[in-house]
Design a protein around this ligand. Sequence first.
Ligand SMILES: *Cc1c(COP(=O)(O)O)cnc(C)c1O
Length: 408
Amino acid sequence: MTMHPSIAMFERAGDCLAIGGISVDRLAERVGSTPFFAYDRRLMTSRVALLRSVLPADIKLSYAVKANPMPAVVQHLAGLVDACDVASALEMKTALDTQLPPSHVSFAGPGKTTAELTQAVAAGVTIEMESPNEAARVVEIGNRLGIRPRVAVRVNPDFQVKGSGMRMGGGPQQFGIDVEEVPSLLSRFATADLDFLGFHVFAGSQNLHADILCEALTKNVALLLKLADECPWPVRYLNLGGGFGIPYFDKDRPLDLAPIGECLGELMERAIRPRLPEARVVIELGRYLVGECGVYVTRIVDRKVSRGKVYLVVDGGLHHQLAASGNFGQVIRRNYPIVVGNKLRATDVESVSVVGCLCTPLDILGDNVALPRAEVGDLIVVFQAGAYGLTASPTAFLGHSMPVEVLV
Ligand SMILES: *Cc1c(COP(=O)(O)O)cnc(C)c1O
């Protein structure tokens, strides 16, 4: 059996998986309780280095904090990337607590409250405006505070990106301002007291197809350059989005970065630089930077057989790691990569179902998976827990306690 590429990224210590160089059984003792999330800082560092080696040198990298807002993780990444994108006031606070200057923090997302916008204007972060109403509120807040808000317009393109796990652009959307409405919006706000920086487009997430991503980037650039031509202000910022995916399931192949690097190189050289020589050009990634760098570790509390089927019942579940249970945007439930973290070398494999401790049949972490024979006390490790793990899960379910998070 070939090993899933995300499992192969981690080191081993004898029989055990190692995270941050620490074997998982020792790490469980150090954390003091299960379940927990552990993120490997070295893997994050090498992921950023990989991107830097492939992308053109003058493309800036922004980390989309919502993928993993653990303050220590954001702090670590802030030292590696050029910027952070946030989607709430709390995420903004976490980003502002790092070494990044406020000008390198951008705030996107529909439904920003007036209180959040006020904090953003006062902080001096870049507000990616998602509607005319939001734009009007930003102007008003700026006038009231006597501060010129730094703004960009998030554009909803007039095309869709195929092959994305989640579509967030094209057609009617709660995200961004429809491209055909942008010129009139800009002229309406031409005399407003705004520090207008440029444009942002983010049209989809979790895409594993380099050719489709290249096509989307090319179209995004054409779209934004056309808007720049009609813009009453000089354009100093182009955020091209991202949507780079990671391989969750058996048949998924890792994203081939090389063609994307080439495509961006050509776009920079032929399209963007001749027209906007000084603009900050940004790629914004969440999942791709952290998703594969984290695991969810949960301990087996019961082993039972029901009518011939083996169940391993663990002390965690979908309340901590909803995505692995298949209830976060999956249509057909498929298993995330999973191992018995302290029995990597065992060969007596059996087919089991790993279920969480919640009283719902939805609480499945692995359905009919081949694992070495495991007993009560063994540690189940679920991969791909570095992005949209704890942050995207209903942690208060059944009143169970919060899992610990460690960056090692
Ligand atoms: C969610 C989001 C991202 C990050 O998406 P990933 O798939 O995690 O890379 C980037 N930009 C915006 C505006 C987002 O909403």
